[in-house]
Design a protein around this ligand. Structure first.
Ligand code: SAM
Length: 313
């Protein structure tokens, strides 16, 4: 029962992420013409949260753009724990859709996402279909190059089966995205997942966004300043430092990896963009933003030669 309650709390983090993104989009931090189909009511968040989300979304976007450029559109993207992410639709409107795009999450979440997609013409009309056919079940959706499938990432046979149904090609250059996901999965299950992916996708790159620097100077895990919504942060020990983030990949079959705190990622964003967003809302205590950014990171890991130049920001 405790496990089920934890899973439900973990799934609820998707609401939080989507609401925060909706809040920042509403205020003009970045453009997302699709998030409002998944989150109806905008709820205002604190300025430092909006800025933190801006850094998260833009920081990840830099690497996604890199992947699209390097592969010339001939790759595939697999979003692990995708929640209500709108990346597929944003890439579609930008004319940057890769050969295949797969989203995985718990069946409870993919069922809700299926419902929203079915309900909104603006979403469903953008799914490519060769013969006009889109196959739906309660939890899964299959179009020509977009597949939304329900699976528990801790169960590899389940995952393997769903990847097959999503028509994944194991030899294509592949980008994995895990945005605030692995921290909810215990360390040993994450290890098995990363090992499995490294083995079957020999030419791939992994973008991971999540918590870091989780221990204070006494070695205690600090949860007070992180908004974990009462969830068990099962993978918290991997979030100790940038080194542990990188090591998690290299000990599990990935050739190399790099990691930056969100302070570095934020600093690396174009100056004009930062100037623009810093004028959207006043931030009384800049220190609050720095503290928040210090506790999140982006790590990149890769296999195969295609992605060896991924490690710069
Ligand atoms: N990646 C999305 C984003 O950033 O907007 C959603 C982030 S939300 C904080 C975490 C997501 O990971 C949730 O949708 C949750 O259901 C999913 N997740 C966590 N553990 C999972 C697991 N074992 N299997 C599948 N999905 C999982």
């Amino acid at each position: 029962i405790r496990d089920m309650a934890d899973d439900e709390a973990t799934q609820a983090t998707n609401n939080d992420a989507s609401e925060c993104k909706r809040s920042a989009v509403q205020l003009g931090y970045w453009t997302d013409n699709f998030i409002n189909f998944f989150v109806k009511q905008p709820s205002r968040k604190a300025p430092e949260i909006n800025r933190g989300y801006y850094a998260r979304v833009k920081g990840i976007e830099v690497f996604i753009d890199k992947f699209i450029k390097i592969t010339g559109g001939n790759g595939q993207i697999i979003n692990l724990g995708a929640g209500f992410d709108t990346l597929y639709w944003k890439l579609k409107d930008a004319g940057n859709i890769p050969i295949n795009f797969v989203e995985l999450d718990f069946p409870n979440i993919t069922a809700k996402k299926c419902y929203h997609i079915k309900k909104h013409k603006q979403l469903i009309d953008r799914l490519n279909t060769e013969d006009g056919e889109i196959r739906f079940s309660t939890t899964d959706l299959h179009a020509a190059n977009y597949h939304l499938v329900g699976a528990d990432l801790r169960h590899l046979s389940d995952l393997a089966n769903k990847l097959k149904q999503a028509e994944v090609n194991f030899s294509l250059p592949t980008l994995f995205l895990a945005e605030c996901v692995l921290v909810y999965i215990d360390s040993s299950a994450t290890s098995l997942l990363l090992k499995y992916l490294a083995e079957i996708f020999s030419n791939s790159v992994f973008i991971n966004y999540e918590q870091v620097n989780m221990k204070d100077k006494f070695g205690q895990v600090m949860l007070s300043n992180l908004r974990s919504r009462g969830c068990m942060l099962a993978g918290v020990q991997d979030c100790e430092s940038l080194e542990s983030q990188q090591r998690r990949f290299t000990i599990n079959g990935w050739k190399s990896s790099c990691a930056w705190t969100m302070v570095d990622i934020y600093d690396s964003l174009p100056a004009t963009d930062k100037l623009r967003i810093e004028h959207i809302e006043m931030l009384d205590e800049r220190e609050l933003l720095i503290q928040l950014l210090q506790h999140y990171c982006i790590s990149i890991a890769w296999n195969g030669n295609t992605f060896k130049n991924f490690s710069t920001i």
